[in-house]
Structures are given as C-alpha cells and as structure tokens.
Design a binder for this molecule. Sequence first.
Ligand code: PNW
Length: 501
Amino acid sequence: ISLRGSSVSSSFPSTFLFGTASSSYQYEGAFLSDGKGLSNWDVFTHKPGTIIDGTTGDIAVDQYHLYEEDLNLMNYVGVNSYRFSISWARILPKGRFGDVNWAGIDHYKNFIDALLHRGIRPFVTLTHYDIPQELEERYGAWLSSEVQEDFKYYADVCFRSFGDRVKYWTTFNEPNVAVIRGYRSGVYPPSRCSGSFGNCSSGDSEREPLIAAHNVILSHAAAVDVYRTKYQKIQGGSIGIVMNALWYEPFSSSFEDRLAVERAISFYMNWFLDPIIHGKYPEEMREILGLDLPVFSRYEVEKLKNGVDFIGINHYTSFYIKDCIFSPCEPGPGTSRTEGFAFRTAQKDGVFIGQQTEVDWLYVYPQGMEKIVMYIKERYNNTPIFITENGYGYMDNPSSKIEELLNDVERVDYMRSYLNALASTIRKGADIRGYFAWSLLDNFEWTCGYTVRFGLYHVDYDTLSRRPRLSAVWYKEFIANKLKQDFNPQVPIDMGFHRLP
Ligand code: PNW
C-alpha cells in the first residue's frame, strides 16, 4: 500500500530548507555606515508623506550590528536556511560608476560565514526593492536599458565575492510588485504614475511598468548568463527569481470569469516568468497590449530561455476575479487594460474569500497555496520551487500587554494551514525545495513603516530587544518534528501544538 497522500507520510524531503526570510532595507539599518551609498529607499523614506507613520529604515532592527544575536534566535528555531538580501548600495555605492565598497563586502562575508558556522545555509537575494540612488539619478534606473549593464556588473561582484559560500541565489524579489508600485500606482520609489492610477506629477502608468519590467527581465537574464558562464560550474550553486504570486478564484463558474482568472495570473506573474522560462510574454498580454508591449530581439530570446534553476514564490493570500471584457466593470482594482480587465475583490455576496486579518490585503485561504503551486508546476514544466515568503501580519497595538503581543495564535493557525496545503502539493508530485516564513523579526514594512508586524519574534522599537512569540516556538516544534519524521515516517505529527514561550 502506498503511503502517498496519507496523513502519516512524510511529505517534506530530508533535504528540504526550512527558514525565515528578510530583506536588507527592512532589517539592516546602518544606512550610512562603513561607506554605504544612498539607496532609492533611503531617499524615498526621507521625503515627508511617503511612509504612514513617518518612519524610515535608517535603523530598522539594526541587524547590521545585531546579527550575532539574531543567529542565536535562528538556532533556537532550528532553521537550516536564512533568506536575506544584499544591499546593492552597500556593495556599489555609485553602481558601476564608482568603486567597490570593501567594508560592505566584508560585512556580508562575515555574516555568511557566521551563518554557515551555525549550519544555516544562506539563501541570497541580489535586489529586494532597494537599488543605488545613483542609478535613478544618472539614467532613470529601470526605465533605461543601461540598467542591465549595472545589474550584471553588481551580480558579478556578488558571485565572485560570496559564491564560494552561497549556493542559492535569486536575482530579484517580487519585480512585479516593485514595478507596479514604482511605475503604475507610484506608492514606491521612484513614485511615477499617471491618470487614475495615483497622483504623481510625472510618469505613464500605462507604459512605464512594461518598460521597467522588460529591463528587469533582461537584467535577470544577464546575471544568470554571468553565473552560468563564469561561476556555476566551479561554485556549484543554483539561481532563480522570486515572484509575488496571488491565487485567484473565479467570481462565478462562468467561462468568462475563468478566462479572466487566467488573465489576472498572466498580467501579474507570468508577465515575468513566461519570458524568463519560455522566451516570450504571455499570449493574453500580447493580444491586449499590442504594440505597447516591448519585444525581445531574436538574440535576447535565446538568452532568455530556461533562465532559472528554480522559481521562488512569495505567497500570502487569494482574491476573486470577475471578467471585465464581456461585461464591463466600474473602474476598480484590476479593471484597467494594463491589468488585463480582471476585477479583483476579496468579497462575494458579502462573504470574504477567507478569514480576514488585521492587514487589509491579507485573507487566510490556504487552498490558494496548493492551487498556485500546482499551477506553476504545470505551466513551468515542474521547475523546482521554493516558497520564499509566506506569513501573517498584525497591526501594531501599543496598548496591548506584552503577553498578548506574544500570543500570536492566528499566525500559528495560518502557518499550520499553509504548510499543510504545501505538503499536499508535494504528495501530488510538485518539486518543492523549501519554505521561508516571513519573517524572523518584526521589521520595517515599507509604506506601513513599523505599524505592521510580521515577526515570529516581537521587536521593541525603543530597545530593539527581540522576544519569541508563540509562532517561534511552534515553528521550532514543526521543524523538529519534520526532521524526526524523516527517520520514522510512521509517527504521526502533532500539528496541533499550542504553548506559550
Ligand atoms: C512582500 N500581495 O510583499 C515583500 O517581499 C516583503 O518585503 C514584505 O515585507 C512582505 O511581503 C509583507 O508585506 C508583498 O499583494 C507584496 O499579496 C504584495 C503582496 C504580498 C506581499
């Protein structure tokens, strides 16, 4: 009798990476230390009115200085991997127009060595939204094809400096989110938008996101090419890209709404993954956007194909999608031409798709994890997948007692249900290689500043002291049980573990 699909079978392979995820701007602080240059996010957060609580990442959780302490926390939880990003401006303060900042290189070398010393594998992102401000000022960063040269140069420096120790590389974190928010709605730097999308003074929400995305895709391809031709054989690592991936349920079972779901996925995620893996933009995008969609030269297409060793997926939540082609919609989320005419909503007949949370875009719908993974498995020919982020947020509540702040039972329920959904994709044959919880610590949550808390550890922003929440203890037990289970697959796992730290 096969144990496949039974509740006692061990779904996570013994080589599985269990970790937590982070990013340079949200964690490091030390924004002017040791020769670091200014990033686009340094400049952006220092402008009044950009961040809801008026804060910046100048200090953040100061992981730049406090990483030894954080390594202790990682060891306590028992993770075997840590996902973090390198600050481009710390390595190349002026991009390829200035010198390498050796103090920055040293910092990451020390950090990586300290991780490895504790048996934690570094899983490194080259760019998690933050880039040297110099590139914005010189040529408009992602809007210029010149950025491909800069990204390639930066990637080369990183592979050369850290590639003997780093075996998991990703080029970009969520370029779909960066491009949409930077060039369509304008809520992230460089704050460009037009028309009904936002209230920026310059930009073109219809076209600039497409141009920026095109340059991201070609920059990714250039970095992968450098890695494969100069480093991969010697260093033996792998390289991928991380996309933000939502799942969508059709608003009704109509053919039109199901087609609209396909468009929503294509205009959000396949937009990048199709060119990188199949060498061309999704058909629906070419049909709807026509000549606005940039084209790849024949030479570029060859460079593009099979441009990842694995796909990284940040998955948090799901929405309903309603068709806006066959029956016109009022203007709203997703309804524009550049979003594929697919109205996005969390509600149907007054009922939410899943349990609401304190974070306005986050609904608990673990089926979405299973469905998006199976979708990606099918569309991209079973390419290995890492879940590079998944997590649950709370709004900061200064009047709550610390015991309440640490008792994050909803986060535990969320993680348990999403990990169970992930396990079921493995039983169905998906090639899942790892899972990273967002996030080890509370941290700087972009335009929400410090008002939203995603950490397994609570951070007191006056003292920067870290305290384990229930979820840190739960994740520790989960990981430990998984490892035990590999030796005795007959032992059922107690997934119902609840205890206060
Ligand atoms: C991610 N969505 O962004 C980012 O990679 C992290 O830096 C961030 O802190 C984390 O999620 C939590 O917000 C997201 O539309 C962007 O569902 C968009 C979505 C989710 C996460």
